[in-house]
Design a binder for this molecule. Structure first.
Ligand SMILES: [Mg+2]
Length: 368
């Protein structure tokens, strides 16, 4: 506790653009305005998913990551468009520019989301609420888009706060209300708690932050592993994580958990091919090439191994990624194994100095 107490109270803002991809499309294409719009994979394509749905589409129950086919069923008159990443990146850079007027401590989480530390803002405004308001206004005036902001003393609370009054919201959780805010927070709203963990918590009668607070640190760790230690501190209002302006994505990959365990090498290769395709697409999209290919295998008994190989040159080539992954797989004991998950990651990217790499944060969106 002491370390937290002596620390100067920070002022953290989390800014999150509202329905970002869909809003940019509606801004640039007047014919989409006021209509249910889905940006993502097309419903006629195989395996397409929703990246972002406009608020009009959300009324029909359409959500991000939902199969586009299902979205079409929910709203047969929805308009489906493919994402224009170049356009979103451009807007993202302009948003970043606006942030930069107030602070250099900017940690982007994706194209449309960032943490800002404004404890010592460049313009000596002092009030984080005022800064958040000005940023929202500048985004409106200059970019014709809306954002929601969360203002608090740490990243965890700021992030949850930005989601409270979407769209075009601003929520402030002051130092004295942080602890009670977290106590009242349902466990599924905890950032990082997925559905599986939330269900596990609820089964044990843990529904809110206050319930989690009743467990000792050891109990939290036993129950929820590393994350348990993190949440033990979070429910006490302690989150010392800094806003990290230079955090970089070091890898890009994809993985898949299978509906049934893979037992034959042919089916394993077939699945690897699909995963390699996804990784290849992502590398191309962000113009990245990496030297190291890592294969992740999780067996039916949940044992997990990774195997890596560094190539002589950086690559984004589909065949190189696939063949390297196949070789790595073949070097393991595939004969007697039942595999429930396979993943491929490419890392060891060309250094930033020699090649223009989009800011890491833009990649994290599709990272695993
Ligand atoms: Mg957003």
């Amino acid at each position: 506790m002491a370390e937290n107490d002596i620390r100067i109270k920070r002022k953290i803002i989390h800014i999150d653009m509202d329905a970002f991809y869909a809003s940019v499309e509606q801004r640039d294409n007047p014919e989409y305005r006021g209509k249910p719009l889905v940006v993502g994979g097309l419903p006629e394509g195989r395996g397409g998913v929703v990246a972002t749905a406009s608020y009009e589409a959300r009324k029909f129950g359409i959500r991000s990551a939902m199969p586009s086919k299902q979205a079409l069923q929910l709203c047969p008159h929805a308009i489906f468009v493919r994402p224009r990443f170049a356009a979103y990146k451009e807007v993202s850079q302009k948003i970043r520019e606006i942030f930069g007027r107030y602070t250099d401590l900017i940690e982007p989480l994706s194209l449309d989301e960032a943490y800002l530390d404004v404890t010592n803002d460049k313009l000596n405004i002092g009030s984080a609420i005022e800064i958040a308001q000005q940023i929202k206004q500048a985004i409106k005036d200059e970019l014709n888009l809306t954002a929601s902001a969360g203002v608090s003393v740490n990243k965890f609370v700021a992030k949850i706060a930005s989601d409270i009054k979407k769209p075009d919201g601003l929520t402030f959780i002051g130092p004295s209300s942080v602890e009670s805010f977290i106590e009242n927070l349902p466990v599924e709203k905890f950032y990082g708690v997925g559905k599986v963990t939330a269900d596990k918590m609820k089964k044990q009668g843990l529904f809110t932050g206050a319930d989690l607070k009743k467990l000792t640190e050891n109990e939290m760790i036993t129950q929820f592993g590393k994350a348990g230690a993190f949440y033990y501190r979070i429910v006490r209002g302690i989150d010392d994580r800094d806003v990290q302006p230079h955090r970089e994505t070091k890898s890009m990959g994809a993985e898949d958990t299978f509906a049934y365990d893979l037992t034959g090498i042919d089916e394993m290769y077939a699945e690897l091919e699909k995963i390699a395709k996804t990784v290849h697409d992502r590398l191309l999209r962000y113009q990245l090439k990496g030297r190291t290919i890592t294969l992740k295998i999780k067996y039916s008994d949940f044992r997990q191994i990774t195997r890596s190989l560094s190539l002589p040159n950086c690559t984004d080539d589909f065949d190189s990624i696939l063949n390297t992954s196949k070789n790595l797989l073949a070097a393991t004991d595939t004969e007697n194994s039942r595999i429930r998950l396979l993943g491929i990651t490419v890392s060891n990217f060309i250094p930033v100095e020699t090649k223009s790499i989009p800011p890491s944060d833009q990649l994290r969106l599709f990272d695993i």
